[in-house]
Design a protein around this ligand. Structure first.
Ligand code: GTP
Ligand code: ZN
Length: 220
């Protein structure tokens, strides 16, 4: 199911032309956003909002993006309130987001922050999935299915449209997730290189990382 169908919010739906899906969205607001990388190391970015999305997803454009070749470094990050904001050790999202900001700040590029919490099932359902993992020893994907969802409910059509609206038609993608690479290619954004994101294992997320690996993630 597409994400906008899950959330019940109407967005402009993608149309298919010669097998490539397109979405019609437009940039709404671009505004300066200084971002703290570490200590007093601050980078001047721009945050971008859009019209026509199913949720309030944003792009963060780092300086130097337009000076790069035609293939900026891009990270498409799905929202994880627990990991991104609270520093949860149950997943690897927090360290991945920090890594992405630091790497993209070094050379320019774009961070797409998709409001697809819990792989698209939403925060409260993700917490239910955590409960099943903790009480019934289910893995992250089994817990999703137990709740009546697919393994992964995300769509990257909007991410692709957000990049296109910024003039990005090809990129180097910071990810270990093969689905993100193929989804961008299917929507007409060329991925010239998959740049691996780090392996941020700890004592609490080993089962989560193992489950991702068994579902095709490139994790060593
Ligand atoms: N349903 C569910 N979602 C989870 C769980 N743990 C983390 N997540 C969500 O998984 C998503 C991870 O997103 P990303 O880091 O962008 O993507 P990824 O698929 O791990 O791929 P990478 O690009 O390699 O990081 C976030 O939306 C988290 O909220 C879980 O146990 N159950
Ligand atoms: Zn997370």
């Amino acid at each position: 199911m597409a994400y906008w169908a899950l959330t019940g919010v109407t967005a402009y739906k993608p149309v298919s032309v010669k097998g490539i899906r397109f979405m019609s969205i437009a940039i709404s607001t671009r505004v300066r956003l200084p971002v703290i990388l570490k200590g007093d190391d601050i980078v001047e970015t721009e945050i971008v909002s859009y019209e026509g999305l199913s949720s309030e997803s944003v792009a963060i454009v780092f300086p130097g993006t337009d000076k790069q070749s035609d293939t900026p470094l891009v990270r498409i990050h799905s929202e994880c309130l627990t990991g991104d904001a609270f520093g949860s050790a149950l997943c690897d999202c927090g360290p991945q987001l920090r890594e992405a900001k630091q790497r993209i700040a070094r050379e320019g590029g774009v961070l797409i922050y998709l409001r697809q919490e819990g792989r698209g099932i939403g925060l409260y359902n993700k917490l239910k999935a955590y409960k099943l993992q903790q009480d019934m020893a289910m893995d992250t994907f089994t817990a999703n299915r137990h709740l009546g969802f697919a393994n992964d409910m995300r769509s990257y059509d909007e991410a692709s449209a957000m990049l296109s609206a910024l003039g990005v038609s090809s990129c180097r993608l910071l990810t270990n997730n093969p689905d993100k690479v193929s989804a961008l290619e299917e929507t007409g954004i060329q991925v010239t290189e998959r740049v691996p994101t780090g392996n941020f294992g700890n004592a609490h997320n080993s089962r989560y990382l193992e489950a991702k690996k068994s579902h095709g993630h490139f994790l060593d």
